[in-house]
Design a protein around this ligand. Structure first.
Ligand code: ADP
Ligand code: MG
Length: 391
């Protein structure tokens, strides 16, 4: 099925509701990192330039109902500064106050609705919330890839009610993942890390037949090492996953999984813990693996640099702490240095890439973690499927 885009909408003089991903980190009520706001500008600018009356909706954090600490106001202000256009904050998500704000907005102003999660029905795709959103606009544009794997009122319910299309950012995300899902150039290497193997086992299973090698580090590698019969000391492990993981390791394609050779092992889970490099096959009791070791970094980097297609999700260690950042930094450097088609997804992996200043050196930085993994699992994401109905 084909995806309707902004090219398919007549927007001049129409009210266009854009579901953006403006879920930025806040620090004492101020926006501490505005990259998601910057990323959303392309669609909003295009719609404004084409004469649409733009209304923006997003969630912010995880409030349980109305909570002033999660008001969109600081985001709305920053959006106006960055975009160079007037912005107006609606006091509510839906209802007469929101309608009046939109009605009274001057020509060219962008109205930002309050945090969609202030409506308890948002996450349940409550028809009343979807109706309320649909009543505010003539057309709907979804530009929020990060929530596309969830069926909420502000991405699925509203798209069932208004003629809809994908925004430019969502379009680019889908294109990037379709490129990896289709016939990516070989060697095709997937690098996985992050805390939990339970988050990523489905994607491992789905991708193994398609990739040439899968490099696995991060907290999740210890469940694989344990399933392989090695000593993992006191490292993170998901005991309930071991049988399933062992079946994957022993199954077809299991030999494509590359586990670390060496591990940075700490005496406790702390930023200033004492740490040594040990063989991944024998982490002593009382030691916790918090990063991949130097031999592994060299081995992973060599594979990544030679790859023609790379997907990376999940840090190799507890990169938030400098002592355990080298593995993630090494992979980030290698992905950035690779001449292949490189896609990085996942909140923490992207944060690591940005922390290291290498986000400009990869082919595509995805705004979605779970959504990207579900795309690669071959799943149809509800937020995308609903748009395809309008093609
Ligand atoms: P992403 O957001 O990129 O998808 P995840 O959320 O799956 O990544 O995992 C990121 C988290 O995993 C980070 O907070 C990191 O500190 C943690 N992590 C990585 N390696 C380890 C480890 N060896 N032990 C414990 N936690 C780890
Ligand atoms: Mg994460």
């Amino acid at each position: 099925m084909s995806l309707p885009t902004l090219d398919d909408l007549e927007v001049e003089g129409r009210r266009v509701l854009v579901r953006a991903d403006l879920n930025v980190p806040l620090d004492e009520g101020a926006v501490s990192d505005d990259f998601r706001i910057v990323a959303s500008l392309r669609t909003i600018r295009e719609l404004r330039d084409r004469g649409a009356n733009v209304i923006v909706a997003s969630h912010l954090g995880r409030p349980k109902g109305v909570d002033p600490a999660f008001s969109m106001l600081p985001v709305t202000e920053r959006l106006g500064e960055l975009g160079g256009f007037p912005t107006i904050q609606s006091p509510t998500v839906i209802g007469p106050e929101a309608a009046a704000t939109i009605e009274g907005a001057p020509e060219g102003a962008v109205v930002v609705l309050e945090n969609t999660r202030f409506e308890p029905g948002e996450s349940k795709n409550d028809p009343a919330v979807a109706d309320g959103l649909a009543a505010l606009a003539d057309l709907f544009v979804n530009d929020a890839f990060g929530t596309a794997h969830r069926a909420h009122a502000s991405n699925v319910g509203v798209a069932e009610r208004l003629p809809s299309a994908a925004g430019r950012l969502l379009e680019a995300e889908i294109e990037a993942f379709r490129r990896l899902l289709g016939t990516p150039e070989r060697p095709y290497i997937v690098v996985l890390g992050g805390a939990k193997v339970s988050d990523k086992l489905e994607v491992i299973k789905h991708l193994l037949p398609k990739v040439d090698l899968m490099l696995i580090g991060g907290g999740m590698c210890f469940t694989l090492l344990e399933a392989g019969g090695y000593q993992i000391g006191d490292s993170l492990v998901e005991t309930s996953m071991i049988d399933e993981v062992r079946a994957v390791l022993d199954g077809p394609g299991g030999s494509k999984i590359v586990l670390p050779d060496d591990i940075v092992a700490a005496d406790r889970f702390a930023e200033d813990a004492e740490h040594v490099v040990v063989a991944a096959t024998g982490i002593p009791d009382g030691s916790i693996g918090l990063d991949i070791g130097p031999v592994t970094i060299r081995r992973f980097s060599a594979v990544i640099e030679e790859a023609a297609s790379v997907f990376w999700n999940g840090p190799m260690g507890v990169f938030e702490w400098e002592a355990f950042r080298a593995g993630t930094a090494g992979v980030a450097e290698a992905v950035a240095a690779s001449g292949g088609y490189t896609v990085v997804g996942g909140g923490d992996s992207v944060a690591a890439l940005r922390l290291l200043g290498r986000d400009g050196d990869v082919s595509f930085v995805s705004s979605g973690g779970g959504a990207g993994l579900q795309m690669l699992e071959g799943k149809t994401l509800p937020g995308i499927a609903v748009l395809e109905r309008w093609s």
